[in-house]
Design a binder for this molecule. Structure first.
Ligand code: SF4
Ligand code: SF4
Ligand code: FES
Length: 267
């Protein structure tokens, strides 16, 4: 008696998917339609590569690891910011037209490649960790709970999907000067909550800079950034809300208020 698997091993499951891809550059462009072969287990980046190999050799696309770790294949798929290498074709129906466009919050260079230098500029604006005085490197000690908090934030792969989706800058170029975006407010929060960061001793008030220089007040905790993060970092709950609470506490702390008043009188 022979066993049956219920499916024919030779049956082809390949099909042609309808893709609509943005082609153009900084001067302008348009969506172009393509039919591209899809095989079992493939992701959107595989299809974009096949499109490049068979029909659009000059299609510009940025990628590197194809494993969700380098953060370079960010794009918008059916209007949602996603990593192309981590978006399985099986989540779409075969009849659906899949639209792939460049990240909307950043200027287009060509096709699916955008200029993300806004993010590098914002990264440079966050002062780095200030080592505690009198403690040699290698002798730092902190509680596991503090290590775990930092490690969640350090999972960031710098894909900038959170930056792209945040409504504060997505359609408001004018806000970019004053707003660092969720990824870099998360960095400020990480450092402000770091038990060994000695920024305060060196005269740097990270809570104040979060509000005055990085635009914390623009964030109205909609959690859209958290929803698109491929590393599932709880950006809003674990970084932005605690940072807001700390900044408000500082403002309404009676001792801080008294200290500021005395300082002002002495000036
Ligand atoms: S929670 Fe704040 S930072 Fe995140 S998307 Fe909303 S407004 Fe932007
Ligand atoms: S926080 Fe998440 S969405 Fe934002 S850049 Fe890092 S990995 Fe990407
Ligand atoms: S290619 Fe590296 S995250 Fe997609």
């Amino acid at each position: 008696m022979s066993a049956s698997t219920g499916t024919s091993a030779s049956a082809s499951t390949a099909y042609d998917a309808k893709f609509r891809v943005w082609r153009g550059d900084a001067e302008g462009g348009e969506l172009k339609d393509f039919a591209v072969e899809v095989n079992d287990g493939e992701v959107v980046l595989d299809i974009i590569h096949r499109l490049q190999a068979t029909q659009a050799a000059d299609l510009a696309v940025r990628w590197n690891c194809k494993a969700g770790k380098c953060g370079s294949c960010s794009a918008e798929i059916n209007g949602r910011p996603r990593l192309m290498c981590m978006t399985r074709m099986s989540v779409f129906s075969r009849e659906e037209t899949i639209t792939v466009t460049p990240l909307r919050a950043f200027p287009v260079i060509r096709d699916l490649v955008t200029d993300v230098s806004f993010n590098y500029a914002k990264a440079r604006e966050v002062p780095s960790f200030v080592p505690p005085p009198g403690v040699a490197a290698g002798e730092y000690r902190m509680q596991q709970v503090d290590v775990d908090r930092s490690q969640e934030f350090r999972k960031c792969i710098e894909c900038f999907l959170c930056q792209d989706t945040c409504h504060v800058v997505r359609d408001h170029e004018e806000n970019k000067t004053a707003f660092a975006g969720p990824r870099f407010l998360m960095r400020v929060a990480e450092l402000d909550m770091h038990p060994l960061d000695a920024a305060g001793e060196s005269g740097l008030d990270r809570k104040k800079t979060a509000q005055d220089e990085h635009g914390l007040g623009y964030c109205n905790i909609t959690k859209c950034c958290t929803e698109v993060c491929p590393e599932h970092i709880k950006i809003t709950d674990n970084a932005l809300i605690p940072l807001k609470e700390r900044a408000v506490d500082r403002k309404y702390d009676p001792l801080v208020w008294l200290g500021n008043k005395i300082r002002r009188r002495g000036e």
